[in-house]
Design a protein around this ligand. Structure first.
Ligand SMILES: Nc1ncnc2c1ncn2[C@@H]1O[C@H](COP(=O)(O)OP(=O)(O)OP(=O)(O)O)[C@@H](O)[C@H]1O
Ligand SMILES: [Mg+2]
Length: 96
């Protein structure tokens, strides 16, 4: 909901993470200058669309990120079958 305090909460989270020397990633779809300044103040890195600093989420092996994302999915027998089928399909496409 607009004006409900999302950006203010994000700024507090950034400061709290920094105080605890913990890492975090904030996605700000409605770029707030104040939030960017908060991130900069704690020594954070700021990527922006079309900015000078590029972030490559798919570095050398794109399957690495895919596997990391899938790790949070619950896995039962059926899920394993679907996942392996999807991997085979992706491999076949990459080779062909
Ligand atoms: N916990 C709070 N107590 C009092 N005021 C607050 C609190 N959180 C935010 N505000 C104030 O409410 C206003 C809107 O906050 P904020 O910009 O964080 O909202 P937002 O959800 O990010 O808004 P938008 O959707 O427009 O981006 C600001 O003036 C902010 O200072
Ligand atoms: Mg906001």
């Amino acid at each position: 909901m607009p004006g409900s305090g999302k950006t203010t909460l994000a700024a507090l989270l950034v400061q709290t993470l920094a105080q605890n020397e913990a890492a975090g990633v904030i996605l700000d779809p409605k770029p707030s200058r104040a939030l960017a300044e908060t991130v900069a103040d704690v020594g954070g890195t700021i990527w922006s669309l079309g900015g000078e600093l590029a972030w490559d989420a798919l570095p050398t092996d794109p399957t690495e990120l895919a596997n990391q994302l899938l790790e949070i999915e619950p896995v039962d027998g059926q899920m394993r079958v679907y996942r392996n089928a999807a991997r085979l399909q992706a491999l076949a496409q990459a080779e062909g």
